[in-house]
Design a protein around this ligand. Structure first.
Ligand code: TIU
Length: 181
């Protein structure tokens, strides 16, 4: 077991039953000329988390955690490697109309670590779906981003409010400290 100083209180997780889910780190949301930009958004804040998500992927791979991606097209730095599953999601939550729940059931996963974009849309929706399915969920604060800074802040606060009503949040350094020792 690893215990990390997450908010709103410590989270204990067993790396053997923990998986990483990277939500929609796609060129469509992150690069100029894509869907996100077409909606009128400034995509630069989202580009800034790419190195952190890359570091989180390296941490998960180093510890043998199952890594799951949702996507249409990845930015090259974050591409799935052999053995990692990719789920195409028709909605905003990665559990809806995908095989994700069945896959995690087969793995025996109990804890999910989340990264990706955008914090208040697909990431939050998937965390709420995970919460209803009985998973403990941890959102890595510096590995998620929104086009709207106030929405990111509010989402982090509402996830961990009321005694982790949806889940926990922590920066990547705290997870690294807990897993790497
Ligand atoms: N992945 C995801 O969050 N899809 C969106 O459409 N997000 C927006 O913030 N628009």
């Amino acid at each position: 077991m690893a215990t990390l100083a997450a908010q709103p209180f410590d989270l204990s997780l067993d790396p053997a039953t923990t998986a990483l889910i990277v939500i929609d780190m796609q060129r469509d949301f992150i690069e100029p000329g894509g869907f996100g930009a077409a909606l009128g958004n400034d995509v630069t804040p989202l580009q800034e988390i790419v190195p952190t998500v890359r570091q989180l992927l390296a941490l998960a791979r180093r510890h043998g955690l199952p890594v799951i991606h949702t996507r249409e097209c990845h930015v090259p730095e974050l591409a799935a490697i052999d053995g990692e599953l990719v789920f195409d999601m028709p909605g905003m939550g990665a559990f809806f109309a995908t095989g994700l729940g069945d896959h995690l059931g087969r793995l025996g996963t109990r804890t999910l670590i989340f990264a990706g974009v955008t914090t208040e849309v697909c990431v939050q929706t998937t965390m709420r779906e995970a919460n209803d399915r009985g998973f403990d969920s941890l959102l890595i604060e510096d590995a998620t981003e929104s086009y709207f800074p106030a929405f990111k802040t509010a989402t982090l606060e509402m996830i961990r409010a009321q005694g982790a009503i949806v889940g926990w949040t922590a920066p990547l350094a705290v997870l690294e400290g807990a897993l790497d020792g």
